[in-house]
Design a protein around this ligand. Structure first.
Ligand SMILES: Nc1ncnc2c1ncn2[C@@H]1O[C@H](COP(=O)(O)OP(=O)(O)OP(=O)(O)O)[C@@H](O)[C@H]1O
Ligand SMILES: [Mg+2]
Length: 287
């Protein structure tokens, strides 16, 4: 509404090209603002295994259509936090969680919420590729859909092709969709795992060190893919590769011993961190 009024005003004021440029700029700014909405949010999140605190009172937003990187030394709680974002800890007996995790403003831990629905909306890609090795490439991709009872061949074929294309794997496997998932290379298996995550049409994708077992070429493919995917999805990625975080993320969170030490725009965190621990970690002094 505001934009429309503004545009009409600018147009009626003057019709020169410089004014039109200004209008376009205004439009771009407004669009940018709209896409930077908060998709998920952790509020005062504390996660324990038994009595050991793995994540302490963590609060941060996750923006829509952005990549958020979680970095920090081994054991600082990155995976623990990531898993809390789609209720994966429900499956770990010793884990307990206090605080809130909001998806579009609603707490995913609300007792009324079905965890299966949450895991369909928030997909996960693990550190190690996780294909079912004896299952065909095709069935690996559509496994999640079959699980919820979708049997329509035409639909499954369509989704399979789209997901494999999105995961930048289709061209490499289109002639052998019936070959077992285990016959693919490590990098291809990881892209297959991503295709499987995409096939269920999630809204948020969580990735735990998705390239740590891959060669530079496969890593590049996955990085390109993440940059492409963020046009539609919100992505949270855990990585030990700081250059990767700097390359592909818009926001970064530095965690240390269970605490969120610093969170902000990646550029700011990497170029001008507020906290001494962030600076020391990012410059390789520890971790
Ligand atoms: N299932 C579990 N049961 C008990 N303790 C756990 C469990 N998973 C993780 N922890 C502990 O919680 C803490 C945080 O672990 P987490 O896996 O989240 O770290 P991380 O930052 O992902 O580390 P890495 O970079 O090595 O993957 C560690 O002290 C770890 O030993
Ligand atoms: Mg981890």
């Amino acid at each position: 509404m505001e934009l429309l009024t503004l545009r009409k005003k600018v147009k009626s004021d003057n019709n020169t090209s410089s004014v039109m440029t200004t209008t376009n700029e205004i439009e771009t700014t407004v669009e940018k603002k709209e896409t930077s909405r908060v998709r998920m949010e952790a509020r005062n999140l504390t996660i324990k295994y038994g009595t050991n605190v793995a994540v302490r009172n963590l609060s941060m937003p996750i923006y829509n259509e952005k990549v958020t990187a979680l970095v920090g030394p081994s054991g600082c709680g990155k995976t623990t936090f990531l898993r809390s974002l789609n209720r994966m800890h429900d499956l770990t007996k010793s884990a307990s969680i206090t605080g809130e995790v909001l998806l579009d403003g609603n707490d995913i831990y609300d007792p009324k919420v079905n965890p299966v629905t949450i895991r369909r909306k928030i997909g996960m890609v693990f550190q190690k590729p996780t294909p079912f090795p004896t299952m065909s490439i095709y069935d690996n991709v559509v496994a999640g859909l079959k699980l919820v009872g979708i049997r329509d061949r035409k639909l499954l074929n369509e989704v399979c092709e789209i997901a494999l294309t999105q995961a930048a794997l289709f061209d490499e496997v289109k002639d052998r969709l019936n070959a077992p998932g285990g016959s693919l290379s490590g990098g291809q298996q990881q892209r297959l795992s991503i295709a499987r995550a995409l096939a269920i049409k999630p809204e948020v994708i969580l990735m735990d060190e998705p390239t740590s077992s891959l060669d530079p070429k496969s890593t590049m493919k996955i990085e390109d893919l993440i940059v492409e995917l963020k046009k539609k999805y919100s992505i949270v990625i855990v990585t030990h590769n700081l250059a990767q975080a700097a390359r592909i993320s818009d926001y970064s969170a530095f965690m240390y011993l269970g605490d969120l030490v610093e969170y902000g725009k990646t550029k700011k965190i990497f170029q001008n961190p507020e906290d001494k621990r962030t600076e020391e970690y990012l410059t390789g002094k520890f971790g």
